[in-house]
Design a protein around this ligand. Sequence first.
Ligand SMILES: *Cc1c(COP(=O)(O)O)cnc(C)c1O
Ligand code: SF4
Length: 327
Amino acid sequence: MSRTLRTPEDLLAERLVPPDAMADLRALSGRYAISVTPAVQARIQAPQDPVARQYIPDGAELLTAPHELDDPTADAPFTPIKGVVRRYPDRALLKPLLACPVYCRFCFRREHVGPDGGLLSEAELEAALGWFAANTDIREAILTGGDPLMLSPRRLGHMLDRLEALPHIELLRIHSRVPVADPARINPAMLAVLRREKPLYLCVHANHAQEFGPEANGALRGLTEAGVTLLGQSVLLAGVNDSVEALEALFREMLRHRIKPYYLHALDPAQGTSHFAVPDDRALAMLRALRGRITGLAWPNFVRESTGGAGKKPLGPSWEPGSEDFR
Ligand SMILES: *Cc1c(COP(=O)(O)O)cnc(C)c1O
Ligand code: SF4
């Protein structure tokens, strides 16, 4: 368990997939990258458990449902310059690379992410940073990708330095799977560049309490000690966290690590992901059952990315005046 698994053959050798799945997995592996880090492998207790299902490819990914899209978030019309997405007046995304520590089987950017994809060249990065400098109404720079914590501390530190130095940038934010999926990257050099003058919010992606192991605990502790504010981001996934008990355990686990649950995303209709879909009425019923049962600190915003590019829409549950029920 000392190296990252990247091929169907690697998964077979570790008995994470059965031999009769290999034909499907070989067909899939040309299209969607595979990565299972040692930290993730250590959290898998059984085939098809809530950790395995997130990262181990499955023949069901070969099926594309009619409503599934190449690019569910429709970022293209909101891209003023390569690597930047601006959909809101006060904040914009910077996507410095498209590599991730793991390749989630439900990823909404699965047609774009991959180990050799999308690193901005020096000139492209310079132009993107120039865009942030010129657009003085942007208050918050949000690094995403791919996963920004896959960058070397030196490169990431350079970007954060440049953004933080802009007088109009008040907030820095990073969205990352690394603290949970590849916690070894949160080493002292990385912690040193994440210690900032301006507030840095780190939105940690995790979907099940079982994903949090001892190394993740250490990484998250180091991040809070560096003054980083931790937020949680999860996706509601059939067979992973689609029960009241699993959601409660996930949000409570996050809070124990000083992570405030921020977003629970409804699945985006990326290709080959329909086996992860949870109907909205079931989702709302689960959330309704949670309300009041868990501390309000654990309560995330349940949202769906609208496919037309209109941004994240809250889905509820809502409370009608005059009614006792959440819906
Ligand atoms: C999600 C997203 C953001 C951040 O939105 P918040 O609601 O502030 O978390 C910003 N820009 C784009 C394009 C996004 O998709
Ligand atoms: S880490 Fe995020 S961007 Fe990367 S594969 Fe997983 S969901 Fe997609």
